[in-house]
Design a protein around this ligand. Sequence first.
Ligand code: OAD
Length: 228
Amino acid sequence: MDKQKIVVFSGAGMSAESGIMTFREMGGLWEQYDVTEVASPIAWENSPQLVMDFYNQRRKQLFECEPNEGHLLIAKLEDKYDVEIVTQNVDDLHERAGSSKILHLHGELKKARSTADESLVYEMDHWELKLGDVCEKGSQLRPHIVWFGEAVPAMDDAIELVRQADIVLVVGTSLSVYPAAGLLSYIENNIPIYVIDPGSPAFTPKENITFIAEKASVGMEQLTQKLF
Ligand code: OAD
């Protein structure tokens, strides 16, 4: 028998217990930085060094973080389910926890890409990207991140996955950034949806939702007992 498909939609709260800051909570990243000054094409044009510094700091921190129990339990779901992860996170903690199918909607912090040819993407094994670092065609490299105001190329694939889901699991996202948050409107009727988040994500009411108001590790422990 085919395995049931679980689509996991994760956000910053998924990695909070690994020590990575969320964006919109008190003390979150967007309280410390102005989004348009560090995460937009205009920022890159006007102050590339500031943008580099911002992502270098995030990347440096990521090299020091480990997946948490929540990531590990999601990877474990593959023992019984066909698990597809659609994440807004730019960290690689789902990968390092052992999950095998991960779609990054907003890019990947440990990759750099050419500003001249977006198909030229490079893995980074160190934290620092510098002005002057260039691709094989000689053009400046930029963080492989989807900035505000840019298209989200993985969106169509993500919609297709969500449409095929037998179970949907939403972990640690405020659901306030579009188009990503709009993904949930593609869930077929009557599909069970589990939402793990200690806060109050902006969920449009749908049938068959179970809210688990816990942090990712505790919520995943509870859900694992239910799903196995
Ligand atoms: P937010 O910071 O908007 O939301 C984080 C969510 O995680 C909130 O709903 C919190 O209640 C929840 N949370 C906090 N700690 C948690 C824990 N230990 N376990 C589970 N949940 C927890 O982050 P996102 O929704 O991911 O985009 O933000 C979406 C996008 O906005 C990001 O991908 C990023 C940001 O700007 C870009 O930078 C392009």
